[in-house]
Design a protein around this ligand. Structure first.
Ligand code: PEP
Ligand code: MG
Length: 874
């Protein structure tokens, strides 16, 4: 097996093996763009490395050195030579890009002798020692694990001693001194001299990049983004070009279209006399790409052309890294650019209009989960008018956020866990800050451009971010920032607008998102393609109305027990649960009836003629019983009974495993009066709305947790008797369906019998997963993460349907159900109904609809369309 590929041997289709970066470097080489040459050590080699006790084996080393030899021939430079030394960069590059999560080493191949000689040859000793100090620092950090900041401190000390502001002010002598100090530091930390043999440097660097695939932040990033842990990373070894050789050199990053708004205009930034990491790390704030036209019009024109070529070739917005060495342009990377949802929609639609892509391709371009971002808040206009702006920075990732400021990732995430809204404020962020960024409502940095770590990561998360806000001085040591003489301390409120870059004092009220024309266009395209209907899980008229705005075509699950969570209602349902006799229960049910009826009327009015599936009561008892003595006392007073009596009753209702306890249809079998009351409420509400509004309302009565046909027929008798007599008495013609959830494995296995009675099935995949695996829904999160980290599971089965097991039960139920009742209506209402991967599965199963929470309805519409497109492509 070949483990090392020259850039000349690969192409863009080889991402699995060469990683995204390697495949695209190969592709750009093939289409004749100026790419510094090199080779890629494959992801397969990375996996082999892990199978081989994390060591590089001899055949791999030989292959690497063979490719190195070819690279020496191509470049006319030699590793370690004093006349024409070859220097390389060593970068990670996984199949799916994980920005900043893994490691990079630049200027590898430098040692004391090469540096001295190169200084003479280039007549640019400043550049050489600048490169050498960077190399020592990166190598020490990445390969040997010496913390970066030890080196940064030396650099900062030197700068402050000399009164410099920027690194570029350091002279050759300063840099030589820094190099000497860095080497001393290395020796002190590692106990050996800094390695002088370039081949040893190279193998160590490859080893380190492979190891970085499994560093903590890379694992966390993969977890958050659902990337499999066994893909491995490739390593790209590329001959160096230098952006730090003087003022006719530079380096930058650019997007072919605006990644925030989608506007068709080149957007990017660059720094003259700098190396790649300076731009991304946010150490100096870069200047906009348009300025390159003034500094170096030739390179600018060439770059604009390259952008056009790349966009036309990849038929997608590109994120490009480039370096200019002595006025000549080189491309270091291209990839499909990450973008906000707003930009993704605009770009997809405009590329279709430009004839670059088809409608189906446009639909496939949008990550369904990304649509979430469009549903993010903006500042309330009125509140904004009264707000005091204190600073402004770069609008890096849209959305509006208000919260208390915290200056470390740990304190941000700790306070967010205490249910506080948090803004993470940093000089700049680094991958170690990920946890704090995940927890924060918004992120503010004082340094770094739109392509800095903070900006890129926040955009990926759809999180509001303002970066490069140089108006503020962040004092991370004393946990405060200062702006115009005013000091903001930990816990003070600010508000930030990631769409304008403005920072405000105190709290500014936010409004929910409004949906754009592009959103509507894309949703319409999705609706034209999808086969699955999309319903919503909604328990209140308000939620239902929201879901309709997002395009819901019905209610797939109204959890009636949720209608009692409110303070004023919970005691009524508790009374019903703890009732010790039928009479007591009927008294409590009488109290519940008007609430239920009123809510159903509200829901039917909102849903008009769309189907509404109402599930009879399914309260896991532990969620509803009074929890402490105070609650018991309060309820006893309400019920006019003694504390002791109630306490006894509550104790007797205690269950060891409430999720498998007296809930669902079991409750209605013990106490049919509950089903009677609920049926009355549903049918009376439906009749009232039909009479009042004239809507042909479509109630569907659903029985939970059925495992045996006899459970369903027992309750059917109760429900139909009440429903049919109310309908008859009213003189109104009302049709309703009677069906069940399939959420108990026995129910799935006997669904041919169950379909004799049930007119519809709705898969309750939360319980079905719980009972198929025997994983408690309430406790599984304690160990599922271990499963993922240890590679036992790729995904959490409570997030995406386990197709092999739970899916098999669903398939059995679909087939058996249709055998008995060919036109049986089939849907899903577990949490999986809003998960794109599970929706794809439901489409393949041929269900009629998925049902999910209101905010996930747009995601489900798009995912359902993508499922059809994928199926057709097969
Ligand atoms: C389910 O079990 O999937 C379901 C939708 O019901 P609940 O989550 O209310 O148990
Ligand atoms: Mg359930």
């Amino acid at each position: 097996m070949k483990f090392v590929y020259s850039f000349k041997d690969g192409n863009k289709e080889m991402k699995d093996l060469l990683g995204g970066k390697g495949a695209n470097l190969a592709e750009m080489t093939t289409i004749g763009l100026p790419v510094p040459q090199g080779f890629t050590v494959t992801t397969a080699a990375c996996n082999e490395f892990y199978n081989n006790d994390e060591t590089l084996w001899d055949e791999l080393k030989t292959e690497i050195f063979e490719e190195l030899k070819k690279l020496e021939e191509i470049t006319g430079k030699t590793f370690g030579s004093l006349d024409k030394p070859l220097l390389v960069s060593v970068r990670s590059g996984a199949k799916i890009s994980m920005p900043g999560m893994m490691d990079t080493i630049l200027n590898l191949g430098l040692n004391d002798e090469v540096a001295e000689s190169l200084a003479k040859i280039t007549e640019n000793p400043r550049f050489v020692y600048d490169s050498y100090r960077r190399f020592i620092q990166m190598f020490s950090d990445v390969v040997m694990g010496v913390p970066k900041h030890i080196f940064e401190d030396v650099l900062t000390d030197e700068k402050s001693k000399k009164g410099y502001r920027y690194d570029t002010e350091l002279t050759t002598d300063d840099l030589k001194k820094i190099v000497a100090e860095f080497k001393e530091l290395y020796k002190k930390e590692i106990g050996e001299n800094f390695p002088q043999e370039p081949r040893e440097q190279l193998l160590n660097a490859v080893h380190a990049v492979f190891s970085s695939w499994n560093n903590d932040r890379a694992i966390m990033y993969r977890d958050i983004n659902g990337i499999a842990h066994d893909l491995g990373t490739a390593v790209n070894v590329q001959s160096m070009v230098f952006g730090n050789m003087g003022d006719d050199c530079g380096t930058g990053v650019a997007f072919t279209r605006n990644p925030s708004t989608g506007e068709k205009k080149l957007m990017g930034e660059f720094l003259m006399n700098a190396q790649g990491e300076d731009v991304v790390a946010g150490i100096r704030t870069p200047v906009p790409i348009a300025k390159l036209n003034e500094v170096n019009p030739g390179a600018y024109d060439e770059f604009v052309n390259v952008c056009k070529t790349l966009e036309g070739h990849y038929k997608d917005m590109q994120d490009i890294e480039f370096t200019i060495e002595n006025k000549k342009l080189y491309l270091l990377q291209t990839r499909n650019g990450k973008r906000t949802a707003q930009a993704a929609l605009k770009i997809a639609i405009e590329m279709f209009e430009e004839g670059l892509i088809t409608k189906d391709q446009a639909l496939m371009r949008i990550e369904p989960k990304q649509l979430d971002q469009l549903l993010h808040p903006t500042f309330d206009k009125q509140s904004l008018e009264n707000a005091k702006m204190i600073a402004s920075g770069l609008a890096a990732s849209p959305g509006a956020a208000t919260g208390k400021i915290f200056f470390t990732a740990e304190s941000a995430s700790k306070n967010a866990k205490d249910n506080q809204k948090v803004i993470l404020v940093r000089t700049e962020t680094s991958p170690e800050d990920l946890e704090g960024m995940v927890a924060a409502e918004g992120i503010l940095t004082s340094r770094g451009g739109r392509t800095s770590h903070a900006a890129v990561v926040a955009r990926g998360m759809g999180k509001c971010c303002v970066c490069g806000c140089e108006d503020i001085y962040v004092d991370e040591k004393n946990l405060q920032f200062e702006v115009n003489g005013k000091v903001y301390k930990e816990g003070d409120y600010i508000s930030i607008d990631g769409s304008t870059g403005k920072i405000y004092d105190g709290i500014v009220e936010t409004n929910d998102a409004s949906l754009s024309e592009n959103f509507n266009t894309l949703m319409k395209w999705a609706d034209d393609r999808r086969k699955l209907q999309v319903r919503t899980n909604a328990d209140t008229p308000n939620d239902a109305a929201n879901a309709i705005k997002f395009g819901a075509e019905g209610i797939g699950l109204c959890r009636t027990e949720h209608m009692f969570f409110e303070e004023t209602r919970i005691s009524a349902i508790r009374e019903m649960i703890v009732a010790s006799s039928k009479t007591e229960r009927e008294v409590a049910l009488e109290k519940l009836l008007p609430f239920q009826k009123e809510d159903f009327i509200g829901i039917f009015k909102v849903m008009k003629e769309k189907p509404v599936t109402i599930r009879l009561l399914d309260p896991p008892l532990h969620e509803f019983l009074p929890k402490d003595d105070e609650e018991i006392k309060e309820l006893a007073d309400n019920m006019n009974i003694s504390y002791e009596l109630l306490k006894n009753q509550v104790t007797s209702l205690h269950e060891f495993n409430p999720m498998l306890g007296h809930r669902g249809c079991r409750l209605a079998i013990s106490y049919p009066e509950i089903a009677v009351m609920q049926t009355r409420a549903i049918i009376e509400a439906a009749i009232a709305v039909k009479k009042e509004e004239g809507y042909d309302v479509k109630p569907e009565i659903m029985i939970p947790l059925v495992g045996n046909i006899t459970e369903l027929t027992f309750i059917e008798k109760v429900v139909k008797e009440v429903a049919d007599s109310i309908i008859k008495e009213s003189g109104v013609e009302l049709n309703y369906l009677y069906g069940t959830m399939i959420e108990v494995p026995r129910g799935a296995l006997t669904s041919d019998e169950i379909a004799q009675t049930a007119e519809f099935f709705s898969f309750g995949t939360n319980d079905l997963t719980q009972m198929t695996y025997g994983f408690s829904r309430d406790d599984a999160n304690k160990f599922i993460n271990d499963y993922k980290v240890k590679g036992v599971f790729d995904t959490d089965p409570f997030v995406s349907i386990d197709e092999t097991g739970v899916g098999k039960l669903m398939k059995i139920a679909v087939d058996l159900g249709r055998k008995t009742r060919p036109n049986i209506k089939l849907g899903i209402c577990g949490e999986h109904g809003g998960d794109p991967k599970s929706i794809d599965f439901c489409n393949r199963l041929g269900l009629n609809y998925v049902s999910c929470s209101p905010f996930r309805v747009p995601i489900a519409r798009l995912a359902a369309a993508q499922a059809v497109i994928k199926q057709e492509q097969k």
